[in-house]
Each structure stands twice: as structure tokens, then as C-alpha cells.
Design a protein. Structure first.
Length: 181
């Protein structure tokens, strides 16, 4: 993975509605290794609270294979748009910083995938766009996922933010009337 950090990026894709911090954002960073083919770093990012939730690296023998077996599938699954690498780097680094501020650590697979990108700071510094973090009002927002340890996450938010100082939605349970913890 460390060798991949020096390979050139030829394409970045991002969820079309990434600016909505209460939705999860998919990011794809496609790189060209010197031996040919394509290596993709894929991230699922929660701008509302948890930062990079999941990530993986996958490899394709040719660009055509990448285009048909991965890119087309991603585009059919969710509208994605091309973006510049500095924006992708800033989204990952800012969401990671925010999650750590709230008491959350990087999941292991995300850390391994970050190794394939290399240092994010220089690329992120080249992006002047503001990254929306927290809910629509800037207050931490937690949308529970099917594999989340909801009790641990809620306890962490209560400890770091304080009771009533964050929003949350847990599917399958009645929504609190005021949306506050």
C-alpha cells in the first residue's frame, strides 16, 4: 500500500450530493500503478459525525475493466461526479479530524486504505472549499448504520458533546420529537 502513495491519480469521483452533511459520501480515488491497470481507493465518509467509516482498496488489470466492472456499477448505484484530488483529500482529512475531536478513532481498514493515498495534508491545503461538518446546523449529527455499535457511539457523543448537544437518527426507533439526544 505504501508504494501506491506515489502513483499518479487519474480520476476522483464523489457522491453528487456530498455537501449534505447528514448523508454519507462515497469517494473514489483511482490511481495508475507503473505496471499498468488501475488501483482504486474507495471511502465511505460520514461528515456529520464519524468521519471515514469504511474504506477498501481494489485493483483492476486494465482501465477498461475498471470502467465496466467498477466505475459503471458505482455510477448506477449512486450519482457521482468527477472532482479534484485536493477536495477528496480535504474531505477525508477534515472529516477524520472532526471525528477524532468527537472521540472517534479511525477504523482499521480505513487506516490501511489511507496508506495507499499517502500524506493528505499538502493536497488538502490546495483546496479552498469549506467542508460541511456536523448536521445542517453544524451540530454533530449521527445517523446509525446497520453495523454500528449504537450504544458505544451514543455514549461517546454524550461524553464529548454533552446531553442534548447533538442530533441523531436511529432507523427502526421512534424519532425523538425535537431530534436531540
Amino acid at each position: 500500500m505504501e508504494a501506491a502513495a506515489s502513483w499518479p491519480v487519474f480520476e476522483c469521483l464523489i457522491s453528487a450530493g456530498w455537501q449534505d452533511p447528514i448523508k454519507l459520501t462515497n469517494l473514489v480515488v483511482a490511481k495508475e500503478p507503473p505496471f499498468g491497470g488501475v488501483v482504486c481507493c474507495v471511502f465511505l465518509v460520514d461528515l456529520g459525525c464519524l468521519g471515514p467509516k469504511e474504506a477498501f482498496v481494489t485493483q483492476f488489470r486494465t482501465r477498461a475493466q475498471y470502467e465496466t466492472e467498477f466505475r459503471a456499477v458505482m455510477m448506477n448505484h449512486e450519482p457521482m461526479v468527477p472532482t479534484e484530488y485536493p477536495l477528496a483529500a480535504k474531505i477525508i482529512s477534515e472529516s477524520l479530524r472532526y471525528a477524532r475531536h468527537l472521540g472517534f478513532e479511525l477504523p482499521p481498514r480505513v487506516g490501511a486504505t489511507l496508506d495507499a493515498l499517502g500524506p493528505l495534508e499538502a493536497a488538502a491545503a490546495a483546496c479552498q472549499r469549506e467542508i460541511p461538518l456536523g448536521g445542517t446546523d453544524g451540530i454533530p449529527f449521527y445517523l446509525a448504520g446497520p453495523d454500528d455499535d449504537v450504544d458505544r457511539i451514543m455514549a461517546t457523543l454524550t461524553r464529548t458533546c454533552g446531553k442534548g448537544k447533538f442530533h441523531f437518527t436511529i432507523p427502526g426507533t421512534p424519532m425523538p420529537r425535537d431530534f436531540f439526544a
